[in-house]
Design a protein around this ligand. Sequence first.
Ligand code: MG
Length: 178
Amino acid sequence: MNSERVHSRYVTSAALKALEERGVSIKDIADIVFEMQYEFNKTLTMEECIESVQRVLMKREIQHAILVGVELDRLAEEKKLSEPLQSLIEQDEGLFGVDETIAFGAVLGYGSIAVTTFGHLDKNKIGIIRELDNKAGNRVHTFLDDMVASIAANAASRIAHRIRDEEERRMAEEEVFQ
Ligand code: MG
């Protein structure tokens, strides 16, 4: 057994590489964040959404969830899992909820806005989430679509909280200078 501690830099680059190799870019996730948050903040920019996604992707728990999910999708695609897990993941069996459970666990650190946004994305599957969900052939994205929803929900929640902080800071300033 290798007991040498895994450096977080290595985990970060592996998680980012896993997303990229599975066809998901930071921009794809930021597009979802923009769509979710623009109605609440008409001055929101794509740059802010991209930055928020990047910040979420720096979290160790998120990286671990990505690595687990992508690995299982990949192994299922290569038919390397044992039965019945192979079939459950390959067929994205409706009652197999471990993909959602892992992704849901990853939103809990970002508060209730992340939780409700995740629920919305899970149901309505927008942007790249829908594309992943619809991918035909032998591609398996059972875990990846939920992980993308989780990352987007966290990034959207970060933005919502940041905007409120900014508003309150401005109001407090105005009160002082009245
Ligand atoms: Mg799924």
